[in-house]
Design a binder for this molecule. Structure first.
Ligand code: PHE
Length: 453
């Protein structure tokens, strides 16, 4: 059994928590959660999403960390090692390959949206020195989307920022970045909460978020809720598994897993409680906001409030930071695998991953302009990529991960990794949830997705 990874190790339990929380908290919480909640009618969606976090997300988070720490390598090779040990087929490595492909797809659009936030941060920075660029938020957002060159530039900048961390490795790159960036992120939370509470529409927003209207529930909505649960916790594509490979032995996995999942969930709910009061206070309809929601509604508030430009600058800068720490974790699994499988250096491997992901991202860039008429299965290009990656590939990856952890790995190994001192009843609860409950729930949702039920 390996006690360290060739890629490096987190220096402490806290370093892992910062890195994994940095991976989980990102655009998924602050950009995507509010708008998918809006598009799906509020309360009922949020409650189903929370159910998915608890019954599907958390068990898979534990399982991914267990597999990563036991294997100590990139997901593909960890899975090979562990299946060999268990006498199982090497086909299980497929989870790792699937994860790497999903990682590329997600990084490709993620970086484009992160580019929007960088661009907005820059607009507010300019305004700090005089001027008011965003007077008509719809027009500003529309004109950004209409310019492929501009989008590709900011998308490229985000990719460069990300690769420049990943290239330096676990300790000097990832850990150092998250220990500076994560405290900044908590400032963002306070900023958000502060003005959400100041609008006077806090209660209406809370009602929209938490009062379920069960008539809104549909198969498609449940698929979206589960996809969002996977996406926001960075699960189903081996990102958390990769971070688990660098986790020192002896750190209690159930406890760090709960910390990461709970923090991520709180950030999403706080983002909702900050953004919907603003949407409502400007007389916008909280339902049906679409991907532009935060880019078109928040600037309205920033334009009216005292120190609004400063707030706007802080908000979009910190959101870029949140996206950055997630982008790093999207790049790490493929980079680690290339380092193991070829004789490329980490720097070269990371640059290859970034270059491929940047090129793939051009599809999302064009989906707003040159390809705006193109539809794939009725969806715009970027929406189609998001749908395939988040709503299909992540749940499939998660399902296979749960089956591998629950049925293929021996219970001696999983018990030992989770927590040797864990009482049998608690271990058995994890085991049977991971073996039966989680896979069954994912299967039901996927069956609905493919129209089988
Ligand atoms: N969890 C990240 C977010 O919410 C996105 C992400 C998904 C990161 C998958 C890594 C892996 O923004």
């Amino acid at each position: 059994m390996q006690t360290t990874s060739i890629h490096g190790m987190w220096s402490s339990r806290l370093a892992f928590i910062l890195a994994a929380t940095g991976s989980a908290v990102g655009l998924g919480n602050i950009w995507r959660f509010p708008y998918v909640t809006s598009d799906n009618g509020g309360g009922a969606f949020v409650l189903i999403y929370l159910g998915c976090i608890l019954l599907v997300g958390l068990p898979i988070m534990w399982t991914e960390i267990v597999i990563g720490r036991r294997g100590r390598m990139s997901p593909i090779n960890s899975l090979r090692e562990l299946s060999d040990d268990a006498g199982a087929s090497r086909k299980w490595m497929g989870i790792g390959f699937l994860g790497v492909i999903a990682g590329f797809l997600i990084l490709s659009f993620y970086s484009v949206v992160a580019g929007w936030t960088l661009h907005y941060g820059f607009l507010y920075l300019k305004d700090l020195f005089g001027g008011a660029t965003i007077t008509d938020p719809d027009a500003t957002f529309g004109s950004l989307l209409a310019q492929p060159g501009e989008l590709a530039f900011w998308h490229g900048l985000f990719m460069v920022m990300t690769v420049s961390v990943v290239a330096f490795g676990v300790e000097k790159g990832l850990e150092r970045a998250v220990s500076i960036l994560m405290p900044l992120l908590f400032v963002l939370l306070l900023v958000l909460l502060g003005y959400g509470m100041n609008t006077g529409y806090f209660l209406e927003a809370a009602g929209f978020l938490f009062k379920p209207d069960w008539s809104q529930v549909s198969g498609a909505m449940i698929v979206t809720a589960m996809g969002q649960a996977f996406f926001t916790l960075s699960l189903g594509m081996c990102a958390i598994m990769t971070y688990g490979a660098y986790l020192p032995s002896g750190v209690n996995i159930p406890r760090v897993g709960v910390t990461v999942a709970a923090t991520d969930t709180v950030v999403a709910l706080v983002a909702g409680l900050a953004i919907f009061p603003i949407v409502i206070s400007f007389g916008l309809d909280p339902a049906g906001g679409g991907p532009g929601l935060i880019f078109t509604s928040l600037p309205l508030a920033f334009a009216e409030m005292p120190f609004g430009i400063l707030y706007g600058f802080l908000f979009f800068t910190l959101l870029s930071v949140a996206a950055w720490t997630s982008g790093i974790s999207l790049m790490e699994p493929a980079t680690a695998y290339i380092v193991e499988a070829t004789n490329l250096s980490r720097k070269a491997a990371a640059i290859c991953v970034a270059a491929v992901a940047w090129m793939m991202g051009l599809a999302s860039v064009f989906s707003f302009n040159v390809w705006s008429e193109v539809r794939i299965g009725g969806l715009e290009v970027m929406d189609a990529i998001v749908y395939v990656a988040n709503d299909v590939m992540l749940p499939v990856g998660g399902l296979l991960t749960a089956v591998f952890g629950g049925w293929v790995l021996s219970s001696r190994i999983t018990h030992e990794e989770l927590d040797k001192k864990m009482p049998d009843w608690a271990y058995n609860a994890w085991l049977w949830v991971t073996r039966i409950v989680t896979p069954a729930l994912i299967l039901v949702v996927l069956a609905g997705l493919f129209g089988i039920i």
